[in-house]
Design a protein around this ligand. Structure first.
Ligand code: TMO
Length: 319
């Protein structure tokens, strides 16, 4: 009898300690820092810190993980990072659809902002190349964008995933591509050219701060179509893909890891509510790029100026 009681007692003890351990695990999981991915352009960094500050106000620990856009997918899929606040259709749709399809990421909804990522030139170039912004003007004026005697133009790209070499080939453009390592390097090139009124062709996007300071236009390539990227016979080039531009009114999404969705509905649902429009994006980027604030100061300033907006994003699950 005593022996059976002892066995029973130790069994009860075992079960209790198991469930105690389970709930500590759960608490640890819930208190695991929310790992926010920061990329390499201004609005993305500031909005990451805006969301990070909101999470901290809600009592979460936050950490920031700086990653190039190509590196973020692995981190989200394999539970090394939790959120990305700006996923752009023009440069990231392929990877987004792939990971969404295999159920490796959570779509946390779109911003109201409509986006475009495309080749861009300052308006003063039109004086020398009046058929711009049409893409066929690029070959007529390639020499203007050249830095050598070859007459071959230069297009400056940023470190984002774009099939620009394929497009140059498909549209038979007499251009070479130079990839710069950061948005800062792009803007340095732009500022240098702009102050001397020299022709330049570079990657740009909207919403962005650039349009508030420099006048310019996107190149009008043949309109984007999904078949342009999948059906070689589509478009002006019957053999090669990518004979078109990027979408002109594209989405801008937030995404989260499955881990975050499992461990924290307050954090996930608050992210789902985060929503900015084009002019808000432009203002946020300008705080850093025109007003010269640091990323964290820009985030704090924006939060102090937009209290009722960001408070409205906090999910009911958080109370
Ligand atoms: C992803 N980006 C806004 C740099 O084109």
């Amino acid at each position: 009898m005593l022996r059976i009681n002892l066995i029973l007692l130790s069994f009860v003890f075992f079960v209790c300690s198991l469930s105690a351990q389970n709930s500590t695990n759960q608490i640890q999981r819930e208190h695991q820092p929310i790992r926010i991915i920061t990329n390499n352009w201004a609005s993305q960094k500031v909005i990451s810190h805006i969301v990070g500050n909101i999470y901290q106000q809600l009592g979460f620990e936050v950490s920031y993980l700086e990653l190039p856009t190509e590196g973020q997918w692995f981190a989200l899929k394999y539970n090394k990072a939790d959120i990305q606040v700006e996923v752009w259709e023009g440069s990231m749709a392929d990877k987004y659809y792939q990971l969404k399809e295999e159920n490796s990421i959570i779509d946390a909804g779109s911003h109201n902002a409509k986006t475009r990522e495309e080749w861009w030139f300052p308006s003063y170039v039109k004086a020398q190349c009046p058929n711009l912004p049409k893409w066929t003007a690029l070959n007529e004026c390639a020499a203007l964008f050249s830095d050598e005697n070859s007459g071959r133009g230069i297009y400056y790209a940023g470190p984002w995933e774009k099939p620009d070499r394929a497009r140059i080939r498909a549209l038979k453009l007499n251009f070479k591509l130079i990839t710069l390592n950061s948005s800062d390097e792009l803007w340095d090139k732009l500022t240098e050219a702009y102050t001397q009124k020299k022709p330049i062709l570079l990657f740009n996007w909207t919403p962005n701060w650039v349009n508030a300071k420099y006048q310019g236009e996107f190149i009008e390539f043949p309109d984007y179509d999904i078949e342009c990227e999948t059906v070689p016979e589509w478009g002006v080039n019957k053999v090669f893909l990518y004979d078109c531009g990027n979408p002109k009114s594209a989405w801008l999404k937030k995404i989260a890891s499955r881990s975050l969705a499992e461990r924290n509905s307050c954090a996930l649902n608050t992210l789902k509510n985060v929503n900015l429009n084009n002019s808000q994006f432009e203002e946020i980027a300008a705080l850093v790029m025109i007003k010269g604030l640091t990323i964290e100061k820009a985030a704090k300033y924006w939060l102090s100026e937009n209290q009722s907006l960001w408070r409205s994003w906090i999910s009911k699950d958080c109370r």
